[in-house]
Ligand binder design. Structure first.
Ligand code: GLP
Length: 260
């Protein structure tokens, strides 16, 4: 894992956007996996700005979102369809037919999850998957004890995650129990993974993810097995990393050809 510690979430988000923009410029047909949550909002604002001011072109990119709630109407304010449309898809020139988000309204959920996996394969796999992380270590909605080899499927949210999402739904009672999410195996198939984590609240789970054992109790720890994962953190989220000085030292001494 490569750990990049930035002074604040603004510089961290700008760096993540720069890396993704570079990938799109190098390969206009790039396949990109997108997350939701509060963490990537500034990253999305950067991509939108780059599209408007620098002509960053999404017209040939294909996108796959990590997850979606089960049973929400497509226009529900808590749905990730609405989130993505508001923060990215409605503001850049990505083709509507190239956007993929798990279908939380599918009549046959297992079939629709199999189809999602098939669509990722048909697109040639995910070139870069952006991730946030839950305070319990979930990536996508792979809650603790998710199989580290799991594929896209239905999951039941923990009480804690439903509580974390309460604001979007006007109270915890309204948060769906079920979600569809790419599995950990699906995520690990991505060629590059960028995980963003900001704020002191994420510091303990970031430390466990990077420096603890690989365990299904901390789903993000599976990323230790991935050959190209970059964590982009602000100072606060890096606050409990035992080897933070080493990660800074590595970043400062990157060979020129490896710099972002
Ligand atoms: C939700 C999403 C995750 C996200 C997590 C953290 O559970 N499904 O993909 O990483 O929230 O959210 P936040 O970035 O708001 O802390």
């Amino acid at each position: 894992m490569e750990i990049i510690i930035q002074p604040d979430s603004g510089t961290a988000s700008a760096l993540a956007a720069k890396i993704v923009a570079r990938i799109i410029k190098d390969n206009p047909d790039a396949v990109i996996g997108f997350p939701t949550g509060a963490t990537p909002l500034e990253f999305y604002r950067n991509l939108v700005r780059m599209h408007r001011e620098e002509g960053l072109d999404f017209s040939r990119t294909t996108t796959f979102n990590l997850d979606e709630f089960v049973g929400l109407p497509p226009d529900h304010s808590g749905s990730y369809h609405v989130y993505m449309d508001k923060h990215l898809f409605g503001q850049v020139n990505v083709g509507r037919d190239r956007i993929h988000i798990p279908d939380g309204l599918a009549a046959d959920i297992p079939a629709s999850c199999r189809r999602y996996e098939e669509e990722i394969r048909t697109a040639g796999g995910i070139d870069v998957q952006i991730l946030g992380i839950g305070v319990d270590g979930h990536i996508g909605f792979n809650e603790p004890t998710s199989s580290l080899g799991s594929r896209t499927r239905i999951k039941t949210l923990t009480r804690q995650t439903r509580r974390e999402n309460a604001a979007e739904f006007g109270g915890e009672d309204n948060v769906p129990y079920h979600v569809l999410t790419m599995g950990i195996g699906t995520i690990l198939d991505s060629r590059l993974i960028l995980l963003l984590a900001f704020g002191a609240k994420k510091a303990p789970i970031v430390a466990q993810t990077v420096e603890g054992p690989v365990t299904a109790l901390i789903p993000a720890s599976a990323l230790q097995h991935h050959p190209r994962t970059i964590l982009i953190l602000d100072e606060e989220a890096a606050g409990e990393l035992a080897k933070a000085d080493y990660y800074r030292y590595v970043y400062e001494h990157k060979p020129d050809w490896q710099k972002y």
